[in-house]
Ligand binder design. Structure first.
Ligand code: ADP
Ligand code: MG
Length: 459
């Protein structure tokens, strides 16, 4: 009986000499030996892309190595399969297997409600929509030409960039379920990288998120959807790692889709080499929707929110809320709420007018002080205690709520929120925000509290 562990170790030794260091560490080290069956030794690559890369470029060297190291072995061939295929190989007879840890299912972080079906197409976003759909149907190396990779979408806030990224992800998950998809905000990438760097020397602790887990998370994807990349401004470390991830993924035939509020060339401090990489695929702007598109959007959202509004009202809203789609959506939600609270069946135009005008006025007026004040009134904790350093349970909760609102509804960067709270560290703020998001999901009473507070602030 052949010792499979020793066997694979020998092959690795041989390959580390035959291959250049980059190929070895990128492609070979990540392979996980699976089993031996009828003279073939199977190893597992995390993704289909990785499997195909190895089979195309490195498999001959691997088998050469086999012949040199084990000329008389019963194993006469090494084959690379993808993780999703491995079940088929470890059943049946005549099989020697390894104890391999199950590969964890990655979290895709997708919002199921953001789909192509409920995205309204107009002149402002048509090209972006079709490019996104194209990429979703044929991600990465499936495209005949590499011109859609990376797909870079940019445009102002609330115009549907995040929606399209998720739509791609949801489509791929549904129709090409073998592929690994990951949606992530650049801010998360950056904080993951920081966490990983801090833990760099602690790889002895199994559950610590370290550089290896970081690489695993980002590199083992077939479709990486990276949102709000403008956040990497002034973050040379994160830019460097993105550059590496980028090269790795594109080289391996994975698909990259990136969203930003500006084109790459307008993000100050972005390194030239990264700019040129980001521009090497397809760069598409999403513009503000026209009146006609806004009307269509209002109609679509009415269906979604089960709202019944007259044509007159639809027109009034679409004409007056011309900033972006998020604002349109918020107004409709507020109207819905109003209808529910007042038991009105069909709201009148004058009521909607009041509503929209009020919202327009107040939206301009609301700032962080209003939010702080509202949180203070709401929780009964004074503002100086919210900002202060004491960690009493009630103070911390009020602080958490403030952080959450500033982040979710004003889209303020973590660092800026930290500054509003007396110079708190950005990781503290990130932690608090994550904690609150989780709590909203699991604690109904708390979610209700936040909801009421939002209404009182007109958010
Ligand atoms: P961005 O990422 O560009 O800031 P989002 O994708 O978050 O914008 O969009 C804001 C909101 O508007 C989301 O709820 C999204 O579903 C909605 N939205 C944006 N564009 C469209 C569209 N064309 N059709 C339907 N809903 C849209
Ligand atoms: Mg967005």
């Amino acid at each position: 009986m052949i010792d499979l562990k020793r066997f694979w170790k020998e092959i690795l030794n041989g390959l580390s000499i035959k291959l250049n260091a980059l190929d070895y560490s990128t492609w070979i080290e990540n392979l996980i030996p699976l089993c031996e069956k009828d003279g073939t030794f199977y190893v597992v690559a995390k993704t289909i892309s990785a499997k195909e890369y190895v089979n195309k470029h490195l498999i001959d060297t691997i088998n050469e190595c086999l012949v040199e190291k084990f000329p008389f072995s019963i194993i006469n061939k090494i084959e690379v399969i993808a993780d999703v295929e491995k079940k088929a190989y470890i059943s049946g007879e005549n099989i020697s297997t390894f104890e391999t840890p199950e590969v964890e299912e990655i979290q895709s972080n997708l919002f199921p409600e953001y789909t192509f079906e409920n995205f309204v197409i107009g002149n402002s976003n048509r090209i972006a929509y079709f490019a996104a759909q194209n990429v979703a149907m044929k991600p990465g190396k499936e495209q005949a030409y590499m011109s859609f990779n990376p797909l870079f979408l940019y445009g102002g806030i609330g115009l549907g960039k995040t929606h399209l990224l998720h739509a791609i992800g949801n489509y791929v998950k549904k129709n090409l379920s073998r592929l690994r998809v990951l949606y992530v905000a650049a801010e998360t990438l950056s904080s993951d990288y920081m966490k990983a760097s801090i833990n760099q020397n602690r790889s002895d602790f199994e559950n610590t998120f370290n550089i290896n887990s970081f690489r695993e998370k980002y590199i083992n994807t077939d479709v990486l959807l990276l949102d709000d990349i403008q956040f990497l401004e002034n973050k040379p470390g994160s830019q460097e790692v993105l550059f590496n991830i980028f090269n790795h993924l594109i080289l391996g035939g994975s698909q990259l889709v990136i969203a930003s509020d500006r084109p790459p060339s307008e993000i100050p401090t972005l390194e030239d080499r990264l700019i040129s990489r980001l521009q090497s695929g397809l760069l598409i702007e999403i513009k503000k929707p026209s009146l006609e598109t806004r009307i269509n959007i209002v109609r679509k959202k009415m269906e979604q929110f089960e709202l019944n509004l007259s044509d007159e009202i639809v027109y009034y809203i679409a004409e007056n809320i011309d900033t972006n789609i998020r604002d349109l959506e918020r107004n409709l939600k507020n109207i819905k709420l109003y209808i529910r609270m007042t038991n009105t069946i069909t709201p009148s135009l004058s009521m909607v007018k009041d509503f929209v005008n009020k919202e327009l006025r107040e939206k301009e007026g609301v700032d962080s002080n209003d939010v702080l004040e509202a949180v203070s009134n709401f929780t009964g904790i004074t503002i100086d205690k919210i900002i202060g350093q004491k960690r009493n349970k009630e103070y911390v909760e009020a602080r958490d709520i403030f952080i959450y609102l500033m982040r979710e509804y004003f889209n303020l960067p973590y660092v800026a929120i930290g500054q509003l709270l007396g110079g708190r560290d950005h990781s503290t703020i990130t932690y608090s925000h994550d904690k609150t998001s989780e709590k909203i999901k699991t604690n109904k009473d708390f979610a209700k509290k936040i909801e009421d507070l939002k209404i009182s602030l007109n958010l």
